[in-house]
Design a protein around this ligand. Sequence first.
Ligand code: ADP
Ligand code: F6P
Length: 318
Amino acid sequence: MKKIGVLTSGGDSQGMNSAIRSVVRTGIANGFEMIGIKRGYKGLMEKDFMTLGTKDVGDILYRGGTFLQSARSEEFKTEEGQMKAVKNLKEDGIDYLVVIGGDGSYRGAAILNDLGIKTYGLPGTIDNDIPLTDYTIGFDTTLNVVTEAIGNLRDTMSSHERVSVIEVMGRDRGDIALHAGIASGVDAILIPELPYDIYEISEKLKNGFERGKTHSIVMVAEGVGKAEEIALLIKEHSGLDTRSTVLGHIQRGGTPSAFDRVFTSRMGHKVIKLIEKDIYGVALGMEKNEITYHSFEEIFHSENIVKDNLYEIFEDLV
Ligand code: ADP
Ligand code: F6P
């Protein structure tokens, strides 16, 4: 019986559990032995392995986080750490490895693949910052969490005639801010990919209040800067009352959306099909509603840009 290892690495995201469940159950259904590796590359180097049966992945489909847990490891970035990982996998006869994680985790996965472990990547990050996939695991759930939070802020901002400046995650990418901003009908969206003019934004907000608006919302991607500082600048330039909110790790939790559950179920199925065909060294994703795959190298060399013309769409909506 061939063995498949599965781990989650880097920042967790909602839907990772659903991805593990799909990989494990589809693997078992197709005659593989499934091994769970705890705490990402850390557990790989420490040989923290466990056999997973169908029941072991029961009751996790709708839970955020990852029951295998996740970690970041500096040691794994060294050749010594990587050799330890390969030795542990070979000793236990693990032929294939599925890595659920973000860009950094993909770098590690590509190295393991080059070292002779047939490796696969599933895009596990809320940031939506992986090329050659329209979505990453957890991104949709995060958008829903952020959209709900904005609704709450809107209520109180409206009562007090204030401007709410909301900082969201995304590392150096603006996808969360842009998508959640459009979904929430906000007044301005600041993302690292595009320049902005704080005077122009302040003027626009002031005009809005003069026309009778009772609140305004400004979305700030963390890659742009701190919401608190931007709120102060807007207050200075517009004279409006501002409040800043950093949504923080709230965005990374919660039950995965139906979309994330189906998306991950499809990728889990596909990865087992690729293993059966002995295609390896690839990362999966979704493009135009198809589950697709590309070599790690192709992903590393692809342009990482805002997908679609969403900012243009937004500009016509405000
Ligand atoms: P994410 O996968 O969410 O982008 P990180 O960038 O923190 O998160 O990467 C997760 C882990 O992947 C790191 O802690 C490290 O162990 C491993 N990793 C990251 N970059 C590299 C690299 N260039 N070479 C080898 N391993 C890496
Ligand atoms: O990559 C996911 C992410 O949540 C980013 O959006 C954020 O910048 C970072 O991870 C936060 O990392 P940590 O969990 O280490 O605080």
